[in-house]
Design a protein around this ligand. Structure first.
Ligand SMILES: [Zn+2]
Length: 433
């Protein structure tokens, strides 16, 4: 089999029907190709989306080696294109400004791989109102999202940008990428389970929005991907295709929901906390690696609380103001008070929820249990895929990590299992198991 697109082909044509609502769905990216190899197909892929354009193909020294030099060799003379190897790529606003200068004489850019090159080009072409396509060198969600992760004075921000015209995955190239990156990509999609349970729980308790479309798509392949965790780690093409397809769908999730909640709840809050506050204790782990470790913690908490047949009893939400000022500073407390507003339960809301739990706990947890993977399944699959699973694996200070579990709920307005655990006085016990 050479075309591994699966359901993505139907999405590109706008013809995929979600079994949950019988509606047809499409995506904003014109072409996605997941193939064993793209060697020799580059010219046609680029021409079909960038006809008559003058293009600049951009790689860094690593991605140039992995794929960029081959692409340029295959398209030179056939496409109106120049090559630029970005020696010191940086997904900072300075890096973006550098690319904006470079693109002045061109109509569009072709990015070759890596989050850094791809996100900087996504944002630079967005600001310059020009188009781009990307050849991926790793399996990762970011290629198919419309947002770019760009840092300002060292602080990463997720910015609204635009979608690529085309996203192309050459599985033979992907199978040669560092194993650590494959494992991180696996971790950043297996978090579907914890994110979905948190988001659905928030919908049920706070009547926040919830949409199932991306989950219907992910459910097509998640079981197979978990089954094949070890062969993904070994770089097997068929298994890598599963991970790549799921990563692409996860990235597209936001295009259906207009919100990142679909793949970013409690587990992502913990990863953000690590990036915001670890400072010198930050072990240099990537987003996906941190999300993986946090997914394991969140899964443990969800399984412990939601598998019980008796409901927890909650109390009105308390923000530990003094601890937060001591650990995170005055300004952070101001932000936290703002973030917590939509999920700060007063006595009245607390009584309502306790009453609801007492009468309808099983009805409440049943649909959540259906979406929740068993903790051991996640733990084992992550192990087989070679992902980091504990703060010790990541060489992350375990006392700091406990703080991340304790305080991450306060830094975002999304209601997660950390809030339910905190309000029902179970968080400390769960953290210290
Ligand atoms: Zn993520």
């Amino acid at each position: 089999m050479s075309n591994y697109n699966g359901v993505i082909d139907e999405l590109i044509k706008g013809e995929w029907t979600n079994p949950e609502d019988q509606k047809k769905y499409g995506i904003p990216i014109k072409k996605i190709e997941i193939r064993k190899t793209l060697d020799g197909l580059e010219k046609d892929l680029i021409k079909s989306l960038h006809s008559d354009q003058r293009l600049l193909i951009v790689s860094d020294p690593f991605t140039h080696n992995a794929m960029g030099s081959r692409i340029f060799k295959n398209i030179k003379g056939k496409v109106n294109v120049d090559e630029y190897i970005w020696e010191n790529p940086s997904s900072s606003i300075e890096g973006v400004e550098h690319l904006r200068e470079k693109i002045k004489d061109y109509d569009g850019m072709i990015a070759v791989g890596s989050g850094t090159v791809s996100d900087s080009i996504k944002y630079a072409t967005f600001l310059e109102k020009k188009t781009y396509s990307v050849f991926a060198t790793t399996p990762m969600n970011a290629y198919t999202t419309g947002t770019a992760s760009i840092s300002f004075n060292g602080v990463k921000k997720s910015l609204v940008a635009h979608y690529a015209q085309g996203v192309f995955f050459d599985l033979e190239v992907l199978s040669n990428c560092p194993k650590r990156l494959t494992a991180a990509a696996f971790a950043d999609v297996i978090c579907r389970t914890t994110a979905q349970v948190d988001w659905l729980m928030s919908n049920k308790l706070l009547e926040t929005d919830y949409q199932s479309t991306p989950y219907s798509l992910l459910a097509l392949y998640e079981g197979d991907m978990i089954q094949n965790a070890s062969s993904i780690a070994q770089g097997d093409i068929n298994s890598l295709a599963l991970l790549t397809r799921i990563s692409a769908i996860m990235g597209l999730g936001t295009s259906f929901t207009q919100t990142t909640h679909v793949g970013s709840m409690g587990e992502h809050g913990i990863s953000h906390y690590i990036d915001m506050f670890a400072k010198d204790l930050h072990p240099g782990t990537s987003h996906g690696e941190q999300v993986g470790i946090a997914t394991i913690s969140i899964s443990k908490f969800q399984n412990a609380i939601l598998n019980k047949d008796t409901p927890p009893i909650i109390s009105p939400t308390k923000i530990p103001e003094e601890e937060i000022v001591n650990k995170l500073g005055e300004q952070m407390l101001v932000n936290i008070k703002k973030n917590m507003k939509p999920k700060l339960f007063d006595q009245k809301k607390t009584d309502l929820i306790n009453n609801f739990f007492e009468k309808k706990w099983i009805e409440f947890v049943q649909p959540l249990r259906e979406k929740m993977l068993d903790y051991n399944i996640i733990w084992n699959a992550m192990g087989k895929c070679g992902a980091l699973r504990t703060p010790e694996d990541a060489k992350l200070d375990s006392i700091f990590y406990k703080d991340a579990l304790r305080y991450a709920r306060f830094i975002r307005d999304r209601y997660t299992i950390l809030d339910l655990a905190g309000d029902s006085n179970q968080l400390e016990e769960l953290i210290n198991v």
